[in-house]
Design a protein around this ligand. Structure first.
Ligand code: NAX
Ligand code: ATP
Ligand code: MG
Length: 369
């Protein structure tokens, strides 16, 4: 029994459509046009997560990859790679006089000042749970939403939304990437029923299981006013509440921490490219389309029609699906080489080969001179 909201378009066609959203490599572009992405995260406890996320973004192909992190994390993240631009501008209880009396919007000022120069944000990798930090990031979320900047919310960024769902309710330019535990917390906060593993185990076919899981993902998305959710797991369920896609590219078998960070960074770059596609940075050769896809049928038709531009609802689902597919392919490739010794950093090296094998360079792209 397949969910009535699932798009059944083949992976081959979907990858072909993703390729349409990827800007070609052309001599005329200047620095920054292929993507300016910032990861907001990194604290005294976690420095790996923002690094993996920002590197995935860079290796997928964005031009500029920033990390906005807590003061103590900055020299550490910088030492991992000179390619990243690391800004120690994320306040915490350690960097303010009195953590109990702060002006969060004022403290968010230096981050907010950067927003207009960015195409996409990834909020949450290694953010930690410091009260001052989380209040400041909530202010950044409000401002990013005001400026219609797309963002990905993960890890401790999801905690902010669990505590205050209104921050993102109805904002169509965001992607949430909860793991099983984070999904459960969000569902509980929004009163959405989730099947237990025991209940899922009673389902006789894989299709029935997926259908049950995607029902919960659709309901959570609807409860949040149609935000896009990637529910990570043995397969990733992607939904915007009315249309769903299943990402089932084979992954690896090692579940080391930090693989979700390759996902968020890849999504950051996909969101930047999606913005470039809608801003017509290059001529995609497709006819204009002024209607936004409203339901599964519209999305499926846009995905299966050649020569017509896709609308933002379709490209957001597709960007989410592409990020998930790339990450799972990275995990598969890294696992093939490293087996049980696989670490998150092994995925980073697989981002470009995975992009080439799944999506490939778009038509007109000059990758050799
Ligand atoms: N190298 C690094 O710097 C890393 C930092 N990380 C950061 O660590 C912080 C906490 O992240 P956590 O993910 O640990 O969040 P939580 O502290 O909420 O812990 C989630 C718990 O759920 C468990 N879990 C995960 N998937 C499960 C499943 N399918 N079934 C049952 N249990 C499951 C995990 O083992 C973990 O103990 C975040 O800021 C995150 O970004 C992680 O991303 C890992 C890598
Ligand atoms: N059982 C599984 N089989 C295949 N792939 C999986 C499985 N579980 C998770 N993944 C994949 O691993 C990636 C990370 O998902 P995971 O559930 O580990 O996130 P996470 O707990 O947030 O990770 P992180 O440690 O980075 O915070 C996703 O791309 C997901 O598709
Ligand atoms: Mg995580």
């Amino acid at each position: 029994m397949e969910s009535i909201h699932h798009v059944s378009t083949s992976s081959k066609i979907l990858f072909g459509k993703v390729r349409r959203m990827v800007p070609p490599m052309l001599e005329k572009f200047h620095k920054g046009q292929l993507g300016r992405v910032a990861v907001i995260g990194g604290c005294a406890d976690y420095t790996g997560a923002p690094y993996f996320s920002a590197m995935a973004s860079a290796k997928l192909g964005c031009d500029m990859s920033h990390v906005l992190c807590e003061r103590s994390a900055a020299p550490v993240v910088k030492s991992y790679s000179p390619n990243l631009m690391v800004h120690p501008i994320l306040p915490s209880s350690d960097s303010v006089k009195d953590p109990k009396s702060i002006d969060a919007s004022e403290l968010a000022g230096p981050i907010i000042a950067m927003l207009s120069r960015l195409h996409a944000l990834v909020i949450g990798p290694g953010l930690g749970r410091d009260g001052v930090t989380l209040q400041v990031v909530a202010e950044v979320i409000k401002e990013a939403r005001k400026q219609s900047i797309p963002f990905v919310l993960d890890a401790d960024g999801l905690l902010i939304v669990t505590q205050d769902p209104e921050l993102i309710k109805g904002y169509k330019e965001c992607i949430l990437t909860p793991n099983v535990v984070e999904f459960g917390r969000l569902a509980k906060a929004l009163g959405v029923q989730v099947s237990s593993q025991a209940e899922l185990d009673t389902k006789t076919s894989e299709d029935e299981k997926i259908s049950k899981e995607s029902d919960a993902c659709e309901q959570l998305s609807r409860a949040l006013g149609g935000v896009t959710i990637i529910q990570k797991g043995p397969h990733d369920v992607i939904s915007n509440g009315v249309t769903s896609l299943i990402s089932s590219v084979q992954g690896g078998l090692k579940r080391s921490g930090g693989q979700g960070d390759t996902l968020t960074g890849s999504l950051g770059t996909m969101l930047a490219w999606r913005a470039a596609y809608h801003n017509k940075l290059w001529d995609s050769g497709e006819k204009d389309n002024d209607q936004d896809a409203q339901n599964k049928e519209d999305v499926q038709s846009e995905l299966e029609t050649e020569g017509k531009r896709m609308s933002p609802a379709t490209t957001l689902l597709l960007a989410a699906w592409a990020g998930s597919s790339i990450t799972r392919e990275c995990s598969r490739r890294a696992f093939e080489k490293k087996g049980r010794s696989l670490q998150a950093s092994d995925l980073t090296e697989e981002v470009h080969p995975s992009f080439l094998s799944l999506i490939g360079e778009p038509e007109g792209s000059k990758t050799h001179l």
